[in-house]
Design a protein around this ligand. Structure first.
Ligand code: NAP
Ligand code: F7E
Length: 336
């Protein structure tokens, strides 16, 4: 039986990865943070998935800002694989709380790797690196593209990326970076742009909202489907040698195109509903991200299946379903 420790298990990716690992027969230990309200809603969706094995999922209170909690977990659980997905992951928010972002998203990685090294547990390690590290480097971006981060979040991820490489080189830890481009789903946090749009479209259709206010519509992103991306994380840790991989669809689309496609899917013209406000713009923006996933295709055999149009339609349909079920007083599975 393989044992995995997942930080960020309550987040979008953590919930899909947990589901994926349980289906593969793993014992999964997830890290959750103390919160004054429930923060395990996504894991409740995991518990309704086919083949869920609740006896193989354990949740532990710990925090990336608290090294002792992570060291104790690794020593006690002795995982075969550690997936470090926990982070203050919101780019715009990172400008408001840069020091906290550096601590959790940056130094948190040192805490995890140092816990592995100090415990002597021979765990393989996955680091959730990000296309935000490329920042101002023009597209297309791949593993050889120089980093030029444009936010405190991007800077913290660059630190984590090199820390992961350093622990691999210095201590021989099987540590890999997944440089994931944006990936989305019905479990995406509501303040990221894709979910903000799909949720607003559903609310407008249901007569619960009149307009949608966004920031920069010109930004281009390479949006993929989150459940496919967690499989790539797992594949990286199944390789004989650790390595760093870009995971992306290879297609770039603007926020404006996303908005257009989402409203058109329900027969509406986006320009009748969408406003812009500089309050949603960032002090420094990443203009265009478009990844080259050739190395992952060649070495991992990984390829994205769901592309832009299908993703947009899935997200709008899922939010419509969720809203209608909530209004009907039902709580049902909202996976797409
Ligand atoms: P997410 O939904 O925001 O989830 C982040 C997770 O980190 C949540 O479980 C959160 O807990 C946890 N967390 C936050 N602060 C923490 C702390 N101090 N200690 C322990 N855990 C903490 O993010 P995601 O979209 O799933 O992304 C997963 C990882 O991949 C993140 O590291 C993100 O930066 C990175 N990434 C994401 C994308 C993307 O497009 N989604 C692309 C590249 C890289 P709560 O639930 O309690 O908030
Ligand atoms: O913004 C623009 C915004 O917040 C995408 C995280 O998962 O992916 C994510 O970071 C674009 C940006 O994601 C609004 O300016 C316009 O250009 O959905 P987002 P992100 O910043 O790309 C990377 C790969 C990560 O690693 C991160 O963890 O959309 N935009 N109007 C807006 N963005 C938001 N949030 N809200 C708006 O109203």
């Amino acid at each position: 039986m393989n044992v995995a420790l997942v930080t960020g298990t309550t987040g979008q990716d953590g919930s899909y990865l947990t589901e994926f690992l349980l289906a593969k027969g793993y014992d999964v230990h997830g890290v959750k943070r103390r919160s004054s309200s429930f923060n395990t809603e996504r894991l409740e969706q995991v518990s309704r998935s086919e083949g869920h094995r609740p006896e193989h999922l354990s949740l532990h209170y710990a925090d990336l800002a608290d090294s002792a909690s992570m060291t104790n977990l690794i020593r006690d659980i002795r995982p075969d694989e550690v997936y470090n997905l926990g982070a203050q992951s919101h780019v715009a928010v990172s400008f408001e709380i840069p020091e906290y972002t550096a601590d959790v998203t940056g130094v948190g990685t040192v805490r995890m790797l140092e816990a592995i090294r100090a415990s002597g547990v021979p765990a393989r390690y996955y680091q959730a690196s990000s296309s935000e590290m490329f920042g101002a480097s023009p597209p297309p971006q791949n593993e050889l593209t120089p980093f030029h981060p444009r936010s405190p979040y991007g800077c913290a991820k660059v630190f984590s990326y090199w820390t992961t490489v350093n622990y691999r080189e210095a201590y021989g830890i099987h540590a890999s970076n997944g440089i994931l481009f944006n990936h989305e789903s019905s479990r995406r946090g509501e303040t990221f742009v894709t979910r903000k749009i799909s949720r607003a479209v559903a609310r407008i259709v249901e007569g619960m909202q009149e307009t949608l206010t966004l920031g920069n519509l010109d930004a281009v992103r390479d949006w993929g489907y989150a459940p496919e991306y967690v499989e790539a994380m797992w594949l990286m840790l199944q390789q004989d040698e650790p390595n760093d991989y870009v995971i992306a669809t290879g297609e770039g689309h603007s926020v404006r195109e996303f908005v257009h496609e989402a409203f058109a899917h329900v027969g509406l013209d986006w320009s009748d509903y969408v406003k812009t406000d500089s309050r949603y713009e960032r002090p420094s923006e990443v203009d265009a991200l478009l990844g080259g996933p050739g190395k992952a295709r060649e070495l991992l055999g990984w390829q994205p299946k769901i592309k832009f149009r299908e993703l947009v339609h899935h997200m709008v349909d899922a939010d419509l379903r969720l809203l209608r079920d909530e209004r009907a007083g039902q709580l049902v599975r909202i996976d797409i």
